[in-house]
Design a protein around this ligand. Structure first.
Ligand code: CMC
Length: 393
C-alpha cells in the first residue's frame, strides 16, 4: 500500500489501515497505459505520448488503443471509413436532447444522449467480443456528432451533419462552429484529442471498468464514465480553469489572486494529480500549442495569465509535487480555438471514449467483478424503535 494511509477503529474495536481514495491500490492489470508519475512520463501501449502527439492522428491512436497494435495503412484506411460511416446519429437522439431543459449542463445532456444511443442499437445486449469492438467504434465515431449537436441545440440551432471529407478532429470543429477549420486548428484539435484519449485508471475509466465488470453493457459503462468525468476534480477542471482565468482577467492580477486562494485553502483548478509528482507531459505539449495559438490570434492574455499562475504555483506548492495537469493549458488552447467554455469537458469525453472503450474490452477479456469493502463506522448495535415510540429531536 502507498500514499495517504488512514487508520481507523471500526464499530467493533478492530483497527483497519487503508488507502483513502484507493491511492496506490492496484485493482487489476492493463496493457493499455503506463504512467511514471515521478518522472512525468506517459505511454499508450508502450509508445511515449510525445511521439503520438507528433506523428499520430486521433483515428490511428484510437485504433491502437482499442486493438493493441499500430494499424497497417489498409487497416487504418478501413478503420477511418468505418468511423466515417458511423458518425451520423439517430434523429431521435437529438429529439431527446431538444426536450431537455435548456439550462441542463452539456455534460449531463451528453450523458443522457449517449445513454439513449444504446436504445437504437438493436444488438445492445449481444455481449460477444466482436460486437463490443464494433460498438466501441460506433461510440468513438458518434461522440463528436452528439457533443457538437448538443451545443448547437443549446444555442437554438440545428445540428450540422458530419462532413465525410474531413478527418475526425476537423469534422468535430466543423460540426461545432459551422465552418471548416484551418489545417492548423484541425491539427491542434487532433493533438488535444490524442493527449486526452487515455490515462490509465483515472476515475472515469475505473467507473467504466467497474460497470462492465458486472457484465452490464458498453453503453452503461460509457454513460457512467461520462458522469464521472463531469466532476471538477476530474474532467470538469478544464472549464473551471478557464473561468478562473476570466476571473483573474490580466497577468498582473494573477499572483495576488492565486496567493489569496491558497491562503483560503482553495484547490487551484488544473493543478495537482493523484499520480504525477512532476509536470504532466500532456500539459507540456498543450502549453506549447496554447502559446503558438495565442501568438497566431494576436491575443496572448489567457496564455500569459496561465504562465503567471504556473510560476506562482510552482514557487508556492511545487515542493509538494503540484504542477499543471492536462486541464490547465487545454483551457486557454480551447479558448483560442473559439470553443465555448461549457464545451471543454464534453471535448474531453469526445476524446476519452477511445480509452474507456479499450478498457471495457480489456476488462471483459479477463473479467472479475470489482467488489471492494469499507470499514463500518456506524453503531455496533441498535434495536428497532416502532414509529409511535420515536421522539422528535
Ligand atoms: N491546488 C492547491 N493545492 C493542491 C491542489 C491544487 N490544485 N491539489 C492538491 N493540492 C494539495 C492538497 O491541498 C494537499 O495538501 P496537504 O497535503 O498539505 O493537505 C496535497 O496537495 C495533496 O492533495 P490531495 O487532495 O490529497 O490529492 P488527491 O490525489 O486526493 O487529488 C486532485 C488529486 C487532482 C483531485 C487534486 O490535485 C485537485 O483537486 N486538483 C484540482 C482539480 C483538477 O485540476 N483536476 C484535474 C485532475 S487531472 C485531469 C483529470 O483527471 O481530468
Amino acid at each position: 500500500m502507498a500514499g495517504k494511509i488512514r487508520e481507523v477503529k471500526d464499530a467493533f474495536g478492530k483497527v483497519h489501515q487503508f488507502a483513502e481514495g484507493l491511492e496506490g491500490v492496484i485493482a487489476t492489470t492493463t496493457e493499455i497505459c503506463f504512467i511514471d508519475g515521478q518522472a512525468g512520463k506517459l505511454m499508450y501501449r508502450g509508445i511515449p505520448i510525445e511521439q503520438l502527439a507528433e506523428h499520430s492522428t486521433y483515428e490511428e491512436t484510437s485504433f491502437f488503443l482499442l486493438y493493441g497494435h499500430l494499424p497497417t495503412s489498409r487497416e487504418l484506411g478501413d478503420f477511418i471509413r468505418r468511423l466515417k460511416s458511423h458518425r451520423a446519429v439517430a434523429n431521435e437522439v437529438f429529439d431527446i436532447v431538444r426536450n431537455l431543459p435548456k439550462s441542463a449542463a452539456p455534460m449531463s445532456m451528453l450523458r443522457t444522449a449517449i445513454s439513449s444511443l444504446g436504445h437504437f442499437d438493436q444488438d445492445a445486449e449481444d455481449d460477444s467480443l466482436e460486437k463490443h469492438y464494433q460498438r466501441a467504434e460506433h461510440l468513438i465515431a458518434a461522440f463528436p456528432t452528439v457533443a457538437a449537436g448538443i451545443q448547437r441545440i443549446r444555442k437554438g440551432l440545428e445540428p450540422i451533419a458530419p462532413d465525410p471529407e474531413l478527418g475526425h478532429a476537423a469534422n468535430f470543429l466543423y460540426m461545432l462552429n459551422g465552418e471548416r477549420p484551418t489545417d492548423y486548428a484541425a491539427r491542434v484539435m487532433d493533438v488535444a484529442l490524442i493527449l486526452h484519449a487515455e490515462h490509465g485508471f483515472n476515475a472515469s475509466t475505473f467507473t467504466a471498468r467497474v460497470i462492465i465488470s458486472t457484465l452490464s453493457d458498453m453503453y452503461s459503462a460509457v454513460t457512467g464514465a461520462i458522469g464521472s468525468l463531469k466532476g471538477p476534480l476530474h474532467g470538469g477542471a478544464n472549464e473551471r480553469v478557464m473561468r478562473m482565468l476570466m476571473e483573474i482577467g490580466s497577468a498582473d492580477r494573477a499572483e495576488d489572486i492565486i496567493l489569496q486562494k491558497l491562503r483560503n485553502k482553495d484547490k487551484i483548478m488544473g493543478f495537482g494529480h493523484r499520480v504525477y509528482r512532476a509536470l504532466d507531459p500532456r500539459a507540456k505539449i498543450l502549453m506549447q500549442f496554447s502559446q503558438k495559438l495565442a501568438e497566431q490570434v494576436g491575443d496572448t492574455r489567457w496564455y500569459d495569465i496561465s504562465k503567471k499562475i504556473q510560476e506562482v504555483m510552482e514557487r508556492e506548492v511545487g515542493h509538494k509535487g503540484i504542477y499543471p495537469n492536462v486541464d490547465f493549458f487545454s483551457a486557454s488552447l480551447y479558448y483560442y480555438l473559439g470553443i465555448e467554455v461549457e464545451m471543454y469537458t464534453p471535448i474531453f469525453a469526445v476524446s476519452r471514449v477511445a480509452g474507456w472503450t479499450a478498457h471495457v474490452v480489456e476488462q471483459l477479456k479477463h473479467n472479475r467483478i470489482f467488489r471492494p469493502r469499507s470499514v463500518y463506522l456506524g453503531p455496533a448495535h441498535m434495536d428497532y424503535v416502532p414509529l409511535d415510540q420515536r421522539t422528535e429531536s
